[in-house]
Design a protein around this ligand. Structure first.
Ligand SMILES: [Mg+2]
Length: 257
């Protein structure tokens, strides 16, 4: 190859290589943040999320097809973390206004799944709420006892404990899952809870709303004062014997009545 041809060849190679790297630069962020989401989809899914988080939508069964990618982006991106931090900050602002009596009866109630513990690794492998819930695979995940803490909730948990609240956990998990649940809570950094309620035989068939309300009523009957409650489902928070202030955490993946 003479020097003219070599120069031409080198120039062509440089141009092709530049075009290739430009196309990579363009493609990479698109791939990461959803090539399939149109502006209409983003608008639709933002509004859909508003209705499910505020409970305007009431009972809903699964993430709409057009929002699966949106939910994935939300859950795995900064927004979910940021929304969770906001909820924790609001909770803590209220917690600091409570006069702790010092008799061990001032309580903060936490739900567990998608509140203290994040099952995101499980849902990432199961369509982010687009697949029908499957008890057996979810139970296998629970038995691993490796769900990480939702970091904003771990911070809140530690701070309300420092403020002098007794911490009570009310979960829809069942009594036979007590050991793995305790093991997972410790693994994720939680300790020192006053009470852990799981569904017993007498609770089967009850909605989460009724079951959790009944447990709060039991606490009240024992003289506990429930100041705050944190949960990712409205059924963690509504019903009867409700806390003075309830704090809804984000969860656009599933709805539990
Ligand atoms: Mg939950």
């Amino acid at each position: 190859m003479d020097s003219g041809r070599l120069l031409l060849f080198s120039l062509s190679l440089a141009l092709v290589s530049r075009a290739f790297s430009d196309s990579l630069i363009r493609i990479t962020p698109d791939r990461r943040s959803s090539t399939k989401l149109s502006r209409d989809d983003v608008l639709f899914c933002d509004s859909w999320r508003f209705t499910v988080e505020t409970n305007d939508a009431g009972v809903w069964v699964s993430v709409p097809d057009r929002c699966v990618q949106w939910v994935k982006d939300y859950m795995t991106g900064d927004r979910y973390r940021s929304d969770s931090e906001f909820a924790a900050d609001d909770s803590l602002s209220f917690a600091k206004t409570v006069q702790i009596a010092g008799d061990g009866k001032d309580v903060w109630v936490f739900d567990i799944d998608e509140t203290l513990l994040s099952n995101l690794p499980y849902y990432a492998a199961h369509g982010f709420g687009s697949e029908a819930f499957d008890d057996s695979t979810f139970d296998e995940w629970v038995n691993l006892a490796e769900a990480p803490a939702l970091q904003a909730s771990l911070r809140l948990y530690r701070e309300v404990e420092q403020l002098g609240f007794k911490i009570v956990l009310i979960t829809g998990r069942i009594e036979p899952q007590r050991n793995v649940t305790e093991k997972n809570l410790v693994y994720a950094g939680y300790s020192n809870w006053e009470r852990l309620f799981l569904r017993g035989r007498a609770d089967s068939g009850k909605t989460a709303l009724v079951y959790k309300s009944e447990k709060r009523r039991e606490l009240e009957d024992e003289g506990y004062r429930i100041h705050g409650s944190s949960g990712d489902q409205w059924s963690d928070l509504l019903g009867f014997a409700i806390a003075r202030r309830s704090f809804k955490l984000p969860n656009p993946m599933y709805y539990i009545p």
